[in-house]
Design a protein around this ligand. Structure first.
Ligand code: PMP
Length: 399
């Protein structure tokens, strides 16, 4: 039965909702879904690396041996065997991480939202790198902080800038490994200085590390978490080492914070899906990641080199770029007069896409920057796309 005069609601959104915006990347991704588009825009891992058969077998095993538990509600803090496994793998000599310091979350993106919820009041000072991960800026901005842009150079975040700008901040958000968007890695010396500075100033330091395992050579650098477990909040994710579709990540931190986050998570979604946590535990418990991660590193390292070579060949003098030692992104700095938004409009007409750098800045944007991802594009298409971009950039440089 329907009303005689059905009347739609005239929506009045909350002030908080009114200031929400769609991510610039998601808007660009809509355009790049067309198969003819060579897209360097996505932050998506390569589906070639997804261990589909392995996941299928694990779903099957979990459902046939523990089906009822897997399909039941579960605890908010997460599936205990998985938290124990993670606690062990995060522990190093002299720094033992306990399972109660770990909260499983529905993708580390949820961890960012929960951290904003429990640490940030309206107007709170939040320190972020220049530039920083757009999704974190989006997650924190719901809680209406005052973003303070910490200075960076070719080697990433400058810890002294935290000392000079950070007094009274509620948190410092840092991406020490193969940063999104720049691909830069923070040296061990700078890590130590950053951890010390934040500890001295009483600022919780978030170490977001979804790409840390994807180093192209050598071993991952030491985690800031282990340098000062009482002051660092570590965030891990299965999105880049298994698959993002399962939406599984974790936050590690001092127990008073984790208990507070747990209350916030309870209100948000009760708990992360039991089934996926049990399946991931089944997949990784016997050391699968140690054999799987090198295949991802090799693929990304090859693709990265193809893009770097293509840029050397096709980009004109005056264009600079980072040389990542891992991860998924290269950051380009164009001559100062070129606005990458305008370049994108032209590039899309030629079926090439990338993400302009502007949205990655919390405050004043450097519009002559852009982020390129090389992981989901074949070597031939990387070359073709970079050649087209090179021509468009050259056309904007006066002879
Ligand atoms: N942090 C960073 C730096 C990221 O790049 C991403 C994903 N693009 C996330 C967090 C969120 O990852 P997820 O929610 O898939 O774990």
């Amino acid at each position: 039965m329907k009303l005689e005069n059905p009347t739609p609601i005239n929506w009045k959104f909350s002030d908080r909702a009114e200031q929400l915006q769609s991510s610039a990347i998601r808007e660009i991704l809509k355009v790049t879904m067309r198969p003819e588009v060579i897209s360097f825009a996505g932050g998506l891992p390569s589906p070639e690396t997804f261990p589909v058969e392995r996941m299928k077998a694990a779903f099957d095993k979990v459902l046939s041996t523990q089906g009822k538990a897997a399909l039941q509600y579960g605890p908010t803090d997460g599936y205990a065997p998985l938290r124990e496994f993670l606690a062990d793998s995060l522990s190093v000599d002299g720094s033992r991480i306990l399972p109660e310091q770990i909260l499983m979350v529905s993708g580390s993106q949820q961890g960012l939202d929960l951290l904003g919820k429990v640490l940030v009041d309206e107007g709170s000072k939040v320190l972020v790198e220049t530039p920083s991960y757009l999704g974190a800026l989006q997650a924190f901005s719901v809680y209406r902080p005052e973003f303070v842009s910490v200075d960076t150079d070719a080697h990433g975040l400058i810890p002294a800038s935290v000392a000079s700008k950070g007094a009274g901040a509620r948190l410092m958000y840092a991406l020490p490994n193969f940063q999104n968007p720049t691909g830069r890695t923070l040296s061990v010396e700078r890590r130590v200085e950053l951890v010390e500075t934040c500890a001295r100033m009483g600022i919780p330091l978030i170490e977001d590390n979804p790409y840390g395992d994807l180093c192209y050579s050598g071993e991952p650098l030491p985690k800031m978490l282990n340098m000062n477990p009482g002051g660092v909040i570590y965030m891990g994710s299965f999105s880049k080492v298994l698959t993002p579709g399962i939406r599984l990540g974790y936050v590690v931190g001092p127990t008073p914070l984790i208990r507070k986050l747990e209350q916030a998570k309870q209100a948000a979604d009760l708990h992360t899906a039991q089934l996926t946590q049990m399946v991931v535990y089944e997949v990784i418990k016997d050391g699968f990641l140690a054999e799987h991660i090198p295949t991802i590193r090799n693929l990304y390292s090859r693709q990265c080199n193809v893009m770097l070579d293509a840029m050397k060949k096709h980009f004109p003098a005056g264009v600079e770029w980072t040389t990542p030692e891992g991860g998924m992104f290269i950051w380009i700095t164009l001559p100062a007069h070129i606005d990458s938004n305008e370049l994108l409009a032209e590039a899309i007409q030629q079926n090439v896409a990338f993400v302009p750098g502007g949205p990655f800045y919390a405050n004043e944007a450097e519009k002559n920057t852009m982020r390129l991802s090389f992981v989901t594009v074949s070597p031939e298409r990387i070359n073709e796309g970079i050649e087209k971009l090179g021509k468009l950039i050259k056309a904007r440089i006066p002879a």
